[in-house]
Design a protein around this ligand. Structure first.
Ligand SMILES: [Zn+2]
Length: 302
């Protein structure tokens, strides 16, 4: 079954898996009821992070590793235009939909300052990109289909870039903008490395690589090199089995549970009862087969 014919209820991003771990109700509302983008509020820090991540992706895709920083800073402006256009084209309920109100001159200036500081800290040295087929696309996005009964499921998403490590091992990198050092320490180094490595593994194997290294790089701590995990690409069946089991448990959820945290906008929403009713009516609890809806394809994350 092709990845784009698998229903959204059976397609999981890293964020979806995180939601399920934190609050089952939030997961069902964001994922099955597809309210994720509608409920997203956005903020300045998220916008700065998105500008920076898009800029480093463009740097790699256009082989600009050796250009002076003045040239590279233009990538932040290009990223600003991309986010604005994408949000205008696809509306509020899309990947960048919540960011436009935060795309201010001030935010762009901060992103440029962070990029410049990062550039100086790494001595203007960037690793080359590993030019996999998907990495070379305008909007790189990976999907990994797992065959299960009664129907296949998939993991999907996109790390920021695949770079070539100094030892010749490809590095699947996700760049993070975290103002608070405590948030660095809380970084998910369990599911995140597994998800992104599984997504990129097939392509890297096809290119002849036998190992891959997942790595988090912090825009505000350019020297931090300890957030990584190495994988033997021959071991991907184990990772696949891990996610198959995890997703199977999610789809077999028979009752809702609620985190009831003050910051949980889903548990604390005035629409709570309405959503509970919608989830029950849809027949999702108890592992029954969900109905694919017509609007499903409207907000793919790319
Ligand atoms: Zn909750």
């Amino acid at each position: 079954m092709a990845w784009d014919s698998i229903p959204r209820t059976h397609s999981f991003s890293l964020g979806d898996l995180h939601d399920f771990g934190r609050c089952v109700f939030k997961f069902f509302v964001n994922h099955h009821l597809q309210k994720k983008y509608e409920l997203a509020e956005g903020n300045a820090n998220q916008t700065i992070g998105s500008l920076l991540d898009l800029a480093i992706k463009k740097l790699h895709q256009n082989n600009m590793q050796n250009l002076p920083v003045e040239e590279l800073l233009k990538l932040i402006e290009a990223a600003r235009i991309d986010i604005k256009n994408e949000a205008e084209k696809r509306g509020k309920n899309s990947f960048f939909g919540a960011l436009p109100p935060f795309l201010t001159d001030e935010v762009v200036i901060t992103a440029k300052e962070v990029f410049k500081d990062y550039h100086q800290a790494v001595g203007g040295k960037y690793k080359p990109m590993v030019p996999t087929y998907i990495m070379r696309k305008l909007k790189p996005f990976w999907a990994y289909v797992i065959q299960t009964t009664p129907q296949p499921v998939q993991i999907w998403g996109a790390p920021d870039v695949i770079e070539l490590g100094e030892d010749g091992v490809p590095e699947i990198v996700d760049y993070k903008y975290r103002e608070n050092p405590a948030d660095q320490a809380k970084m998910d180094m369990d599911l995140m490395p597994k998800v992104y490595t599984l997504l990129c593994a097939r392509e890297l194997k096809e290119m002849g690589y036998s190992k891959a290294r997942f790595k988090v790089k912090f825009w505000l701590s350019p020297k931090e090199e300890s957030f990584y995990e190495e994988f033997d690409l021959a071991n991907m069946p184990n990772l696949e089995a891990f996610f198959k089991d995890k997703i199977d448990r999610i789809l077999r959820t028979s009752e809702l549970s609620f985190c009831e945290k003050d910051f949980c906008k889903v548990c604390k929403s005035s629409q709570r009862n309405q959503w509970i009713a919608q989830i029950q009516v849809a027949g999702w609890l108890g592992g029954s087969t969900p109905v694919k809806t017509a609007e499903e394809k409207s907000d793919l994350p790319f």
